[in-house]
Structure formats: structure tokens, C-alpha cells
Write a protein that binds this ligand. Sequence first.
Ligand SMILES: Cc1cc2nc3c(=O)[nH]c(=O)nc-3n(C[C@H](O)[C@H](O)[C@H](O)COP(=O)(O)OP(=O)(O)OC[C@H]3O[C@@H](n4cnc5c(N)ncnc54)[C@H](O)[C@@H]3O)c2cc1C
Length: 383
Amino acid sequence: MQPFDIIVIGAGPAGSAAACWAARHGASVALVDKASFPRDKLCGGLFTERSHRYYREIFDQELDFSRIVSRKNIEFWQDGTRLARVTDVPPLHLTMRLNLDNQLFSQTIAAGAQDFSGQAISEVASNAVHFRNGTVIEGRILIGADGVNSIVARHLFGTPFDKDTIGFGLEIEAKSEDRSPDLHPLRIDFGAADWGYGWAFPKVGSTTIGIGGLHAENTDMKAKFAAYLDRLGLTSDANRIKGHYLPFGDFRTTPGRGNILLAGDAAGLVDPITGEGIAFAMKSGQLAAKAALEALARDTPDDALPLYKEQLKTIHRNLRIARTLRRIVFAPRWQSTLSRSFRRSGTVRLQYMRLLAGEIEYPELARRVLLRLPRYLLTALRR
Ligand SMILES: Cc1cc2nc3c(=O)[nH]c(=O)nc-3n(C[C@H](O)[C@H](O)[C@H](O)COP(=O)(O)OP(=O)(O)OC[C@H]3O[C@@H](n4cnc5c(N)ncnc54)[C@H](O)[C@@H]3O)c2cc1C
């Protein structure tokens, strides 16, 4: 078999985006995944307008909305008290990852990537992937998009992440007989987990309910989840609860080595405040593919990493600022001041929603928070 221009390992949002972009731009691409599609991925499945915009740009088509619930209202709660119900927000699309990822994967194969899904990898080398069934494929550039437990990151750095610096989430799928998701509120619950939050995302036939936060700050996460389910009037059935790590704030400043790049969760690109990962997964996949294409055009595959790092600067800057802001947003001493401000101020709520929709970025949000900081400080001191 001829060496591929690019081998992409992992066919989630990051890997499909990378492979689709590269294939659409004429590269020969192998798309590898240990799972066969459709496959599930533990996730709230909230697909924001930011994700939607990236999706259309990368895949050059419209999403199939037939099984997606789109909402323009959301409720924010804190410890059992409703802080606000916000209406007329930019659409929030509630997807099932089984369907969403299958769609991205199928579109990528249709764009020309060669399908190596459903095959377990035994070893990753700098120019090749070895499968357990004995097949070996070679590639000039490798893109590791194999999630938070990335074997490509392990191959490069010994371990994907330090579990004490990233996040963890628990979820259940609460099946519902009534198929009218519009009757159920889409809600975010601050305080359901420390340095994180809880969520209830209504979909067709079920609601995805979960909590997530910094792993090190939530050693009792199962108990917190049971309390959250109780608050929502649901019983905690341990058999249905699933957990997964998410790289919530710990990103790799140098996402790769030599001719190997990391994208999406494998590179740690989850928003450390909102927990959104799908948008930056797709965007980083596209940027990795762009860098790879340029390095191949120069005939110097090792140029891909410096090119990619340069292209990732905006995302990295956003994540750095978000990590700093998180110390205010989630720190226990600020919680009551912030929730009061969230309840009273339409501006604060609007900025949060605009951030989710990708209408503003963290540098602008940080400027606005800094302007309000003296007022927060005064309120906190008066208490
Ligand atoms: C509980 C929870 C809730 C979340 N909710 C949201 C949300 O509502 N909205 C949002 O935007 N983000 C959310 N996220 C984050 C989001 O799920 C991730 O950021 C996103 O899936 C990252 O995409 P990815 O393509 O990088 O990785 P993944 O989606 O994890 O895909 C990785 C792929 O690599 C494959 N793979 C893994 N190991 C190997 C291997 N050894 N060999 C071959 N293939 C392999 C997997 O099968 C998979 O297909 C949530 C995360 C968690 C844990």
C-alpha cells in the first residue's frame, strides 16, 4: 500500500474535521478508529452556534437537523433556586453523539478519506500505524485525534494528561415516553459540582443529565450526582451512570512532536469554564489539517508542528484567559456574588450566551469582567 499523505487517528469531531478538510483539499487520508460507526461518546451533546459555524465551514454542508432539538431558551439554577430563564438566545442544538459523530464520519468518508474504522491499533510509530490484525499503514504526517485517553499522546509524552489537573463528568440518559422535548427545560445548574456545573439537556425521547467539574475538586462526585438527580426528582440508578474524563483547562502548549500533531481532546482543547469541547475539536482538526497540507506542499513534514502551533494561538489565548477567569467564576468565595449578579443582570447573562454562541471571545469577556470587578469586590466586601 502506498503511504498516505496523512493518517488521522480517532474519528470524533476533531478527527473527522481533520480528515474531511485534508481529503477535500486533495490529500490522501486514512481515517482510523478503534470503534465501528455509529458509536456513542459520553457527552451532553450541546452543539452551539460556534460549533455550527465551524461545522459548515469544514464539512461544507448543512447538518441534518431531523434528530436534533434546537432551543432558544435556557434556565440557570443555583443550589435549587432558579436564577433566570433566558429567552431568545442564539440557538442551542441538542444532539445525540451517536448520530452527530456518525454524520461527521460518513461525510468524511464521502469526501474521500479511506475508512480504517473498527480496527484496534497495536502500535503507533512516527510514520506508521500498526493494527492488531497485522495490517500496517504508513503516512507522512500523523494527526492524533483519539480523545482524552489518546494513545498518540501516550506515544509522544508517556501519558495523555495528569488526571488531577483535568475534569471528569458523570451522566445518565433519562428516557422519557413523551416525545415533546420542548416541554422540558434546558437547564444549567451552578453548584451541582465544584469547579463545574450540572446540566439537563432535553432531546427526542430522553434527557441527558450530568454533572462535570475538576476531578481533583470533586472526589465525592458520585454523591453529588445522586444529590443532583434527587433535586431533579429522579432516582440514581448506578447501572445507568457513566463517567468520562474531559481535559477541562489543561491543554498542551506544544501539541505534538516532529510530524505528529494532536487535535481536540488529545490536545486538551476543552473550554475550562463552559466545558464545551466539540467546537474547538473540529476547529483544531481543521487547523492541524491545514498545517499538514502546507508542510506537505513544502515537502518538509516536520514543518507541520510549528505551523499548527502558530494557527492554534487564538484558541490557546482563549483557553488561557478562560483558565484565569475560572478562578473568579468557580471560586467558592465568589459564588454568591456571581449568582446574584447572574440573577439581576441581563448583561451578564447575555455575555455568557454570546460567548457560547461564538459571538464574543474570552479576551472581550475578560475586559468586561475587569470593568465590573470593582463592583464585585465592593459587594463581596460588604457581605
Ligand atoms: C460528560 C461530558 C459531557 C460533555 N458535554 C459536552 C457538550 O455538551 N458540548 C460540547 O461541546 N462538549 C462536551 N463535552 C466535551 C466533548 O465530548 C469533547 O470535547 C469532544 O468529544 C472532543 O472530540 P474529539 O474528537 O477530540 O474526541 P472524541 O470525541 O473523544 O473522539 C475520539 C475518537 O478516538 C477514538 N479512539 C480513542 N482511542 C483510540 C485508539 N486507541 N485507537 C483508535 N481510535 C481511538 C474513539 O473511538 C473516538 O471515536 C463533554 C465531555 C464529557 C466527558
